[in-house]
Design a protein around this ligand. Structure first.
Ligand code: URA
Length: 241
């Protein structure tokens, strides 16, 4: 699998880069560098303060650590996987990634266990905040297969915002596109708990299948079969503004 690359040619200190992708503290990385245990693009680097590019390939004790910069992936989530970092009962989406230091990664915008489709995974907290925070209004688009034919007034109701059970405010305007009698595409800009399912419940309907197609301008890559993933392109990373 190709390695993840980041935005432009950003640089960071070697000790910071290594501590970000391993369990080592900055002090331990400094020691490892002095002991000639670190290579950058195949060359031994002993100065922990030296700058590395986010796309540089780092190795510790001969073990590849991947690129120096933050990592960004898209995954086509299958049914039955949980968007959590641990779960005693079910497999978790991170089990599907063959990457070093999985414990450093988190999910930017979770899906329910029975929802499929686009999941973004990163170790860049500021980037994932821009996806999740309501202030940034990042659009998320879902295909939904409903139990009943969609009501005629549903498009207007979604556009006006819907009162969900036990909530103090209406949902933000959502765009509903009717694809067929009981098949719709819905775009929301929030991430309330089980939001899409609760919106259709409030409309007197029920979601049978839910699949996330896109987040902002990042669309699920059609080449990815369920359970597959790939690094985001620099353009996809930069599109989350
Ligand atoms: N809304 C839901 O109800 N479930 C999801 O998984 C995502 C959005």
């Amino acid at each position: 699998m190709a390695k993840s690359t980041s935005k432009t040619s950003a640089t960071l200190r070697l000790d910071k880069a290594i501590s970000q992708v391993t369990d080592l503290s900055r002090a331990e990385v400094k020691r490892a560098a002095r002991q000639e245990r670190i290579t950058v693009n195949g060359k031994t680097v002993t100065n922990p303060a030296s700058k590395v590019d986010v796309a540089d390939e780092l190795c510790l004790d001969g073990e590849p650590l991947g690129a120096a910069g933050p990592r960004y992936f898209m995954l086509n989530k299958p049914l039955g996987y949980v968007c959590a970092t641990k779960d005693g009962e079910h497999p978790i989406v991170l089990d599907l990634l063959d990457e070093p230091n999985l414990q450093k990664l988190h999910i930017a915008g979770r899906l329910d266990i029975d929802t499929t489709g686009l999941v973004l995974i990163t170790d860049d907290g500021q980037w994932s905040h821009r996806i999740a925070s309501p202030r940034h209004q990042c659009a998320k688009t879902y295909y939904a297969h409903l139990a009943e034919p969609i009501a005629d007034d549903a498009v207007d109701k979604c556009a006006k915002g819907i009162w969900l059970n036990n909530e103090k405010t209406r949902t933000k305007p959502a765009k509903l596109e009717i694809l067929y009698r009981n098949e719709v595409r819905i775009t929301i800009t929030e991430g309330r708990y089980h939001q899409v399912k609760r919106m259709f419940a409030a409309l007197g309907n029920r979601v049978l299948e839910l699949h996330r197609e896109s987040i902002g301008e990042i669309a699920l890559d059609e080449m990815l079969t369920e359970g597959e993933y790939r690094p985001l392109t620099p353009e996809e990373v930069a599109s989350i503004g």
